[in-house]
Design a protein around this ligand. Structure first.
Ligand SMILES: [Zn+2]
Length: 181
């Protein structure tokens, strides 16, 4: 596993922001400061505040890691495993290795697989056919490094949460426009 939650978060930050934190809202890079977590303050771990737009953000914002209930170091442990096993990790292997339930492990494998499949067409056009096949193999990111895998995964936008609601809203707006015309 990759140390603890704090170490894992620091690794994600160094991969997502190699030149220092970037505001997720306005793209600001100066006047960004870390909000220190104090007991009872309600401040979440890993929270940053932007001095330009005054908004808060974290390294996991708008990524597949956003809002996860699984500790980040367990996430990294899972990603490391799927990078190491040529035939892909099974949910059982993941569960045993990380001390999580098989159900959680299955969910994580699906998230990783969906994200990588989604990222494939655009993320790494320079990759060889062999490597692309490795990406596509279910539950396997072999043979890339943990950092490279995290880099790919951080660039994948999470799936829209309520696509049906959004589509309905667009349809309503279309109908209203037609009525008004
Ligand atoms: Zn900002």
């Amino acid at each position: 596993m990759v140390g603890d939650e704090e170490t894992a978060r620091a690794l994600l930050e160094s991969i997502r922001w190699p030149a220092g934190p970037v505001c997720a809202h306005c793209g600001g890079t100066e006047k960004i400061y870390r909000l220190r977590r104090r007991p009872g303050s309600g401040i979440r771990t890993g929270l940053w505040k932007c001095g330009h737009c005054r908004k808060q953000f974290t390294v996991t914002g708008n990524t597949i890691f956003e809002g996860t209930h699984l500790a980040l170091h367990k996430w990294l442990g899972a990603i490391r495993l799927v990078c190491t096993l040529q035939d892909g990790a099974t949910a059982r292997q993941l569960a045993d290795s990380l001390g999580i339930t098989t159900k959680t492990a299955r969910g994580i494998l699906k998230k990783i697989h969906d994200a990588v499949t989604h990222a494939l067409p655009v993320a790494r056009p320079q990759d060889s056919i062999l490597r692309q096949m490795a990406y596509k193999r279910k539950g396997s990111l072999y043979p890339i490094s943990l950092n490279a895998a995290v880099d790919v995964l951080l660039k994948v936008q999470p799936a829209r949460k309520h696509p049906d609601a959004l589509e309905r809203r667009v349809a309503e707006m279309e109908a209203a426009r037609r009525r008004g015309a």
